[in-house]
Design a protein around this ligand. Structure first.
Ligand code: HEC
Length: 443
């Protein structure tokens, strides 16, 4: 006992000492800030245009880095942390900004590498994935200045079933990849998954109305006896979204034989033809996850059933809401609000049967360029009978600098996905609740 006590006091002294004499060199403090807050995007194959995972790359861009952090241009982080803070909050605090600025002003001192720290948890997002699945062939994005929507299959066969603790979509051609929504599917043994075609294009007006079995048949995902694929995981990627990772007994099974189906793959309009080869980094789990992750995407109810709903030109305060009742206790993992460029604000919360409010997310200055799948700090319990409320505000006036139309025009709401449409989605990744979930950290 006495021995333990001694060790604790020693550790306390040690860390206080460390704080007072903060080592402001690269290895002393800058490396860990950049790795925690920047490298998930600024890495080889990452979403950002250049790598910031080593000293030389950072030093070379030092004055630029100073500029973007001082002006809070980088890292992009849109959720209002005064409403609810998240586990993967990338924003820098005042102290971190000051450290970077002083470090750059002082000439980017490298300092000494402490080998003990190199393998720390914070660097895991640049660990090598166990499996990389890329599109089998480059996709040629037409240069017709229109949005392109495709459904693309990546068939795979591995030695045996395994389990996944983290998955990351990477955009091959960042200038045109707009978003991707994907499913991991297990298929019948006799489904001819490696046979083409690998993709089909959606007609942008009918996108929301295609039937699963028709698509599956076209892509050869159905067994000889008509056995349909089974979805094991579903998630999405939007610009700025990070690696999706889960605590140890949560994840999904990656079947021996299956398909990563990019169900809805959206390329932005481009005046010149472009090529894309996107894919996924997959990280295996050491444990067998006992709990399967659920995916739910909510949308607002059209007040004119089956009719067209518009945001009128000039309307600077168009509001849309989602109200959903939870029938069972659930534990939330991630939340992802989605709108296009007319979006201004987004807020979501749940009201429990005892009238308590559970805050979920608030985004005050929506920016369609940065759409994270925000991870809660702890699993967040939503009791059965709670009502989820989400409110979104859109600005279709000339005062919205993001308005794609000048002068503004009537915009279709929740119909199709062409150039003239807006939408509201709230995506949740969740598990059925188990006692003690609220104590499980997602940091
Ligand atoms: C969510 C992803 C993401 C994170 C996190 C992120 N960046 Fe970036 N960064 C980008 C992308 C994408 C671009 C290029 C697009 C643009 O210019 O907006 C970029 C551009 C930059 C640029 C060039 C700016 C310019 O105007 O061209 C610098 C410098 C930069 N980032 C530094 C950082 C630093 C330093 C951090 C961490 C403190 C960071 N970024 C975190 C995605 C990210």
């Amino acid at each position: 006992m006495r021995l333990n006590f001694g060790i604790i006091t020693f550790l306390l002294f040690y860390s206080i000492e460390n704080l007072t004499a903060q080592d402001t060199t690269y290895y002393g403090s800058i490396q860990s800030i950049i790795h925690n807050k920047c490298v998930n995007c600024h890495k080889v194959n990452g979403y950002a245009p250049f790598d910031l995972s080593n000293y030389e790359d950072i030093k070379q861009r030092a004055s630029f880095i100073k500029h973007v952090v001082q002006n809070r241009i980088m890292p992009p982080w849109k959720a209002n942390h005064n409403y609810l803070d998240f586990a993967d909050n990338k924003s820098l605090n005042e102290n971190e900004i000051a450290l970077i600025v002083n470090w750059v002003n002082g000439g980017c001192d490298k300092g000494k590498e402490d080998k003990r720290l190199v393998k720390s948890e914070t660097l895991t997002h640049i660990d090598k994935p166990n499996l990389v699945l890329t599109m089998l062939d480059t996709f040629n994005v037409p240069g017709n200045n229109k949005n392109t929507y495709i459904c693309y299959k990546i068939p795979f066969e591995i030695d045996h079933d395994t389990f996944v603790k983290a998955i990351e979509f990477f955009a091959g051609n960042k200038s045109v990849v707009h978003h991707a929504s994907y499913q991991v599917l297990e298929v019948a043994d006799d489904a001819d998954i490696f046979k083409g075609p690998y993709y089909f294009m959606y007609d942008s007006d009918t996108l929301n109305r295609v039937k699963d079995d028709h698509d599956y048949k076209y892509l050869n995902l159905i067994g000889k006896d008509g056995e349909l694929p089974v979805e094991l995981y579903h998630n999405g990627w939007l610009p700025g979204a990070s690696l999706q990772k889960y605590p140890s007994d949560i994840g999904f099974r990656l079947p021996k034989r299956g398909v990563l189906l990019i169900r809805n793959f959206h390329y932005s309009p481009t005046p010149i033809a472009q090529k894309d080869l996107s894919g996924f980094n997959i990280y295996y789990s050491e444990n067998v996850p006992s709990r399967k992750i659920g995916f739910a995407a909510f949308k607002p109810k059209n007040p004119i059933p089956d009719g067209k709903w518009f945001i009128e030109a000039g309307d600077s305060d168009f509001k849309s809401v989602i109200n959903v009742r939870f029938h069972n206790d659930v534990s939330l993992l991630n939340i992802n609000p989605h709108m296009h460029r007319l979006g201004r604000h987004f807020k979501a919360y749940a009201v429990t049967p005892t009238q308590d409010t559970i805050k979920l997310i608030e985004i005050l200055n929506w920016d369609a360029n940065w759409q994270e799948f925000y991870r809660f700090k702890h699993m967040l319990k939503i009791p059965a009978g709670s009502i989820l409320h989400a409110e979104a505000v859109y600005d279709n006036s000339v005062n919205n600098p993001e308005n794609p139309n000048y002068p503004p025009k009537d915009i279709l709401f929740e119909w199709g996905m062409n150039d003239d449409s807006e939408m509201m989605r709230l995506v949740l990744l969740y598990l059925p609740y188990q006692i003690g979930d609220e104590n499980i950290s997602l940091e």
